[in-house]
Write a protein that binds this ligand. Structure first.
Ligand code: ADP
Length: 158
């Protein structure tokens, strides 16, 4: 049984994240998408709202679980008996950071491997920060986020 963790901020979850998640769910027996709590950073949406919005957006993906965690990702992965961490790559600019992160993780926990996935080209440029910027300036984000996120942000206008 191969279990993968897809960790991230997901603030908010986007169609890019969901594309990565769907691919991962086709490859692994179980995928846990897990919101990392950052005690030093408040974020745009509270962590429980982020997990609720992910949960509402992944209905239909049978082998996907939604969770949140605090502390080191490798400790969380060990607790969940996961062998794999999923990370997404967009542009070359993601590469350096993601490479460092995966090497740091593998030197702390050599049994846990990082697997990088890419999205369909139409989702490639989408990032949570771009979406926040468009939303806060009253632009249309409906193409970039799943419906539950769109509806939540419409109803809780910041
Ligand atoms: P973090 O704060 O950990 O970078 P994010 O929520 O921004 O969390 O992203 C989680 C993961 O998803 C990261 O590996 C990021 O590179 C990846 N990701 C985000 N958006 C996309 C996208 N549009 N295409 C591919 N990967 C993506």
């Amino acid at each position: 049984m191969k279990t993968a963790i897809y960790p991230g901020s997901f603030d908010p979850v986007t169609k890019g994240h969901l594309d990565i998640l769907k691919t991962a769910s086709e490859i692994f027996d179980k995928v846990i998408i897990a919101v990392a709590k950052n005690s030093g950073k408040q974020g745009f949406l509270p962590v429980d709202v982020r997990t609720d919005l992910i949960r509402a957006s992944v209905k239909g993906l049978e082998n996907v679980e939604v969770d949140s965690f605090e502390g080191l990702t490798i400790n969380y992965a060990r607790k969940k008996n996961a062998q794999v961490l999923i990370r997404g790559l967009r542009a070359v600019s993601d590469f350096e950071y993601e490479m460092q992160l995966s090497q740091a993780n593998s030197s702390l926990a050599c049994e846990i491997k990082t697997v990088f996935l890419t999205t369909k080209p139409e989702y490639n440029f989408i990032s949570s920060s771009t979406i926040k910027e468009i939303y806060l300036n009253n632009g249309d984000i409906s193409k970039f986020v799943p419906k539950p996120v769109f509806d939540y942000l419409q109803n809780n206008k910041k």
